[in-house]
Ligand binder design. Structure first.
Ligand code: SIN
Length: 311
């Protein structure tokens, strides 16, 4: 079974990677991802300066997924850039993604300038969708602000850039965001970040299960799969063909990976399940994906990718 695929000019052994935030905060974790069966990986979304994030408990596994309000704990962009520059020196052909976020537009531009001036030439993922910073709305729900940020960013940023989007729930919003994105030389969108501001209650204690923001947090895992697939499909149908879509959300099995690819994803990210199972999850998902492809008579991902049928 051939699970190989391409992401732009990068030939990859398969289509799997971690979702930013999971198993990618420490260099030791990034090294484990590099050694795993994931084809590529992304660093923890970084701010310019290190952040401790929100108070604990800030993550809870649930029967159908997870809730988190991590609040972007990270070691700061220079920490991740140093790792990425070193990794690229060792293996120049290797694809790695650098995720970043800003608390202000000037922080975003300062970070992009730092990446532009670095020797890291992989893909940068601008996270416009974190729901977990108190007092900071998800940028990509503000269409005018997103447009303004992209307009300014592309005046100086010349390296490959992708955008991590929040989930949208209305066809008019897919139309509006796609129209903005199609005007810029972005390389990909990543759909979806967690579904923001869910509330999970512990019946026994009659309390919220996480501490930050009164218990409100981003939902991930199995319960978000249908929303993730809808976003992958909606953007695949609306974006220029040269803008790739990365599918993230609800991947617990090879069947879920297959569905993301069928809806138009070029790569598929694993978040909650990676948190629960560790990097061995990639081998299991690939074995399951290969079994499904064999059963359906597909020899390669290209044969079914993006080919969802409608009734
Ligand atoms: C977090 O650190 O709060 C999660 C990152 C995100 O949702 O973008």
């Amino acid at each position: 079974m051939n699970l190989a695929t391409n992401f732009f000019d990068y030939p990859l052994e398969n289509c799997l990677m971690n979702a930013s935030g999971v198993h990618c905060m420490e260099v030791s974790q990034l090294e484990e991802l590099a050694a795993s069966m994931a084809a590529t990986y992304v660093t923890k979304t970084a701010t310019m300066a290190p952040r401790l994030g929100n108070p604990e408990p800030r993550y809870r596994d649930l029967p159908q997924g997870s809730i988190n309000s991590m609040g972007l704990p990270n070691h700061g962009l220079p920490y991740y850039l140093a790792y990425l520059e070193k990794a690229a020196e060792k293996e120049p052909q290797q694809l790695i993604f650098c995720s970043l976020v800003g608390m202000t537009t000037s922080e975003i531009f300062a970070e992009l300038k730092m990446v532009q001036e670095s020797s890291f030439n992989g893909f940068t993922e601008l996270n416009l969708s974190c729901p977990n910073v108190p007092g900071k709305p998800q940028v990509a729900y503000d269409f005018a602000l997103t447009d303004k940020i992209l307009a300014e960013a592309f005046t100086f940023f010349k390296k490959p850039l992708g955008i991590k989007l929040p989930p949208y729930f209305d066809l008019a919003h897919f139309d509006e965001m796609a129209e903005i994105l199609n005007r810029y030389p972005i390389k990909y969108v990543n759909c979806i970040n967690s579904i923001g501001n869910g509330l999970v209650v512990d019946l026994a204690t009659e309390a919220a299960v996480i501490k930050p923001k009164g218990g409100f947090g981003g939902l991930g895992g199995a319960m978000v799969k249908a929303t993730a697939l809808a976003n992958v499909r909606a953007f695949r149908e609306r974006l220029r063909p040269d803008i790739a879509v990365i599918g993230t959300g609800g991947v617990t099995s090879g069947a879920d990976v297959f569905e993301h690819l069928l809806c138009g994803a070029s790569l598929v990210q694993v978040g909650t399940q990676l948190h629960q199972e560790g990097p061995a999850v990639f081998q299991r998902l690939l074995t399951e994906l290969a079994a499904i492809m064999k059963e359906k008579g597909y020899q390669s991902i290209a044969e079914f990718q993006g080919k969802l049928q409608t009734l």
